[in-house]
Design a protein around this ligand. Sequence first.
Ligand code: ADP
Ligand code: MG
Length: 447
Amino acid sequence: MTNEAKQVWEQMLPLLETEITILSYDVWIKTLEPLDVKDGKLILMAQSEWAKNETNARYLPLIKAAMNRVSSLLTNVDIIAKEEKDKYASQEETYKIEEEPILVAPEPLSINLKYNFENFVVGKSNQLAVAAAKAVADEPGTRYNPLFIYGGAGLGKTHLMHAIGNSIRASQPKSKVMLVSSEKFVNELVKYIGREKDGPKFRDKYRNVDVLMVDDIQFISGKPGTMEEIFHTFNELYDANKQLVFTSDRPPKGIPDIDERLRTRFEWGFTADIQPPDLETRIAILRKKAQIQKYNISMEVLSFMAECISSNVREMEGLLNKVILLSQLNNTQPSIDLVKEALNDYSAKSEGEITPDDIIDATCKCFGVKKEELLGKRKTREIVEPRQICIYVMTEMLDLPLATIGNIFGGRDHTTIMYARDKVAQMLTQQKTIDDVNNVKNMVLKK
Ligand code: ADP
Ligand code: MG
């Protein structure tokens, strides 16, 4: 095994891990061994002839794509079987080639190869957004700048954003495409604020790009420092004819507590919404998702699934995955009965007891914070408020001792929990707190 091969492969692994199921990753990817780098080719060894063929058939394009992202010198991948290793080694003796150094990207890129235009199903509900996204991908920074895509949860906004990124990467490999969640943007900014000398580093990172895409921009609402930074970044990139893309769960007008100058800028270019897909589109989406997993499911079963879940594609995909799993476990073809079984599991959960995790998840969603942060120790205002609301809602909705809630929140004392509960209770005279508490509760009940 050469060092170069190993080095490249180790950088490819985390990229591949995010693209496929853990099971497939463990079975097909982790078992490959990086043997060599030769003639611009990465040579990988599968554990058997069969594994070689399967991996070639299923994952070769994905492996190549991951390789292109970590190395600009390698152009191809060859998977050989263990049985062929000796033959390969003797060939190698004869044509020993100087190995070239590999250029390795400094940090893994955050654009997910899984989301592209080819596997995005176009229907009435999203055709405008798709057309605009494709136009942006074809000619970034010219028309439709900024592109602002909005719509409800699980309708494909993030998918489209990654598709734009992948498409630009493919056609203009040199262009710098940056995609961040607004959450990540905020977190980084918080990290740099107050560290004067690091400020320019943060700025350079976001202002030296050809395309900047910020996902779920609604989360900057009420965060003046972040808005200010986005405002300047926006101006600089826009003036330099760089492309900007934003997604949000609501139109610019609907985002509360946001700087007016920023709101109008969001509306400067093109605003496109995505609506829930109609039945026909839902069926087509399910069909595509099943195809991607190389699964054949009858039209009847697909339509039944599409009728059961109507407003959220992510949930529909969850149902499909469950049906596929059940069919694999039972060794039967997907059928309407199997879908019903999968759905039963769903309703059993939603009718059943509310768990602390449900409330934690709902709070994280409502406030756009991470679970580790919510349960962690940080005491900044952005995190303390959601934490206290979460604790309050737990004491209201769950029949749990305060000490148990304290344990859930990283071993806090029960008096701390009591303090948080009472604090929120006192603030329930304020409209904002009432809204926050109700939002979390509604989100929990919607599950
Ligand atoms: P959002 O960002 O709007 O909440 P996502 O982009 O994360 O939603 O989409 C949720 C899931 O639904 C993803 O797996 C995505 O691939 C899938 N999806 C949504 N719309 C479509 C579509 N039209 N065609 C194919 N997949 C879709
Ligand atoms: Mg999203």
